[in-house]
Design a protein around this ligand. Structure first.
Ligand code: AP5
Ligand code: MG
Length: 215
């Protein structure tokens, strides 16, 4: 299966991708996670991406398309879930070209109110070691500030401040929302209310993907 998960910052893309890959054995290809890894390793790409990410702007398309085409080819034939990519119509067009005859089987669009996004982002904590995502109120770890999987000290993402989240939302509405319209022309886009509890959201996603698997 080749899946694209769309949604605003904080819609729950990362949270749902982790559940999807566990159930279906797919690769999780998150452009944001790959960029953060590049930054942590101090690569040229990481250095170029830094100022865009920290201000809530998009990293230029050419850098992202090359990076994600590489990740897709490395993923091989097991199938993948794309998280955070494509994020512009230009990226979506380039992705279609790179996939050639293969196609995206399902586009899932997580719909969330901007007002909910702010509290999700400012309460988010992540594990720097395994990438697990928590929320101080909605999904707290068993021990405050520590990852359930490896006890690492949880961190807050530098782009989760109220000012940067506000900018990321503007960027989303201007540049990423049109990607939904792009896919509506060629693929089936499945809209899901992502304001519900995370398990309720994944139940709806699983129902859709189960139907796809058995079709
Ligand atoms: P990226 O890392 O992709 O950030 P994003 O799209 O802003 O999305 P987030 O990761 O913030 O949110 P999410 O939807 O994954 O939510 P999560 O599951 O964590 O990108 C970062 C930056 O990289 C961009 O700003 C850009 O600069 C650059 N970039 C990346 N891709 C790019 C591209 N293709 N082109 C150009 N630039 C690119 O959940 C959020 C919180 O809510 C968590 O605390 C979680 O526990 C909680 N939560 C989740 N679901 C629920 C629920 N149902 N109920 C209650 N709480 C919930
Ligand atoms: Mg994410």
């Amino acid at each position: 299966m080749r899946i694209v998960l769309l949604g605003a910052p904080g819609a729950g893309k990362g949270t749902q991708c982790k559940k999807i890959i566990k159930k279906y054995g797919l690769k999780h290809l998150s452009s944001g996670d790959i960029l953060r890894q590049e930054r942590a390793e101090g690569t040229e790409l990481g250095k170029k991406a830094q100022s865009y990410m920290d201000s809530g702007a998009l990293v230029p398309d050419d850098l992202i398309v090359e990076m994600m085409a590489g990740a897709i080819s490395e993923a091989g034939d097991v199938g993948f879930v794309l998280d955070g990519f494509p994020r512009t119509v230009n990226q979506a067009e380039k992705l279609d070209k790179a996939l050639e005859a293969k196609k995206i089987d399902q586009v899932i669009n997580l719909i969330i109110d901007d007002k909910i996004v702010m509290s999700r982002m400012t309460g988010r904590r992540s594990c720097p070691k395994c990438g697990a995502v928590y929320h101080v109120k909605n999904m707290p770890p068993k021990v405050a500030g520590k990852c359930d999987n490896d006890s690492a000290e949880l961190i807050q993402r530098p782009d989760d401040t109220p000012q940067v989240v506000t900018k990321r939302l503007v960027t989303y509405h201007e540049q990423t929302k049109p990607v939904v319209g792009y896919y509506e022309k060629t693929n089936t886009v499945y809209d899901i209310d992502s304001g519900q509890d995370a398990d309720q959201v994944s139940d709806v996603i699983f129902e859709k993907l189960d139907a796809l698997v058995s079709a």
